[in-house]
Design a protein around this ligand. Sequence first.
Ligand SMILES: Cc1cc2nc3c(=O)[nH]c(=O)nc-3n(C[C@H](O)[C@H](O)[C@H](O)COP(=O)(O)O)c2cc1C
Length: 461
Amino acid sequence: MFLSESGLRILAAAVLVLLYVVMCAAIWWRERRQRARAQHEAAALASAREGALPLLVAYASQTGQAEELARETARLLHTAGESVHLCALDAVDVKLLAQTQRALFIASTYGEGDPPDNAALFLAHSMAQAQDLSHLQYGLLALGDRQYAQFCGFGRALDGWLRAAGASPWFERIEMDNGAPQALTAWQHQLTQISSLGDMPAWEQPVFSEWTLAARRHMNPGSAGEPVFHIELQPPATEPALWESGDLAQVCIPADPQHPREYSIASIAQDGCVHLLMRQARREDGSPGLASGWLTQGAPLGAAITLRLRAHRNFRLEDNLQRPLVLIGNGTGLAGLRSHLRARAAAGLGPNWLLFGERNAAHDRLYGDELQAWCEGGVLQRLDLAFSRDRSEGAPRAYVQDLLAQSGDVLRQWVAQGAAIYVCGSLQGMAQGVDQALHAVLGEAQMDQLVRSGRYRRDVY
Ligand SMILES: Cc1cc2nc3c(=O)[nH]c(=O)nc-3n(C[C@H](O)[C@H](O)[C@H](O)COP(=O)(O)O)c2cc1C
């Protein structure tokens, strides 16, 4: 039996609608399962030792390393029979501290000795006042990198504040330089001392697997900046590769396997492979950077890449899924924003507004066709681009933060309608400037409220 042309069209439309319904149902089902799992985890952690005051495990984490260590710490203590309260430092206030007798803090440092975003309010409010914490015993693991002048700056400040408030450290602050395993061993040792509940179960090591370098495309030929590449990595056939938009990929490179590099994922799980947007870094002698040089140039197509997906909860959509989104970034920061836009396009969610900055329109329109198609298809309700080097003689350079200042009224409207703001890209220059512009347009109180409610999220480096 043959169908007429209109019959075929109806059939094709019906199949499309069916596929769409199945995809929506799958997304809904996955979210339901994730929510149930999170509730179950929280209830299980809290109920381990009925009656005992829970041990507080609080993390200050920007890209999730401290958070990951805090989760593993909480899991171990819980398995050892402790009742544990796990949360971000911003969720800790004076009242909670007054009721807490034992606490573990795991805190990283950002900017130049600054706290991560999810500890900024704690610093501004709780740490700004003197408190009596003489009832509190605590342990502290500070994460940092000795290449920065203010090594473990925030962890040290937190430790100093706790001591000044009369809290008693169980042990001297442990400082972890760039993920050094010795610090982790010292931390694990201290945990066995604190819990005094018998042997601690083994710490779960992160598991890497072998992915395949499947494609690589030069994105900005002729650019005044360093070359940028779109890279596709195929998961191993044996493993389902699941991640959420906003998550990170950790890559181990052969020349430096002890220090995995982290990149924002530019694709979504439905794409079937991880996309990265990577700029080739240059060393002082002009040679390509160790990791970016290998991934953008050294490794041949088909090469095995040792990779692990890492949840980046601070930058996921989570509760903001149904909200309007304002996405702001520059350069390769488009990666994290693109994953959100692809997720929004797949789920048919909006409205979305992208503000993006690069150097020259002629060479640096990263994913330009895709952005154009999203504008035409309605995925992007608004697209504002700032090309800093395309300026008329004598005019000042315009950056993405300047676009924000120009669109103040529109931004205020979007936020009034419940929008969440996501920023991805370089901290120096872009994210700091954007933060100042947002404060100028929206005001302190509104920004405080956005941070508190998880509507201002950043993946900045
Ligand atoms: C933009 C940026 C700024 C940083 N600034 C500092 C710093 O001032 N002092 C420091 O010790 N570490 C600094 N670090 C290193 C982080 O603290 C370190 O990578 C940490 O492991 C990150 O943990 P997290 O993923 O929990 O945020 C910085 C890292 C980045 C990307």
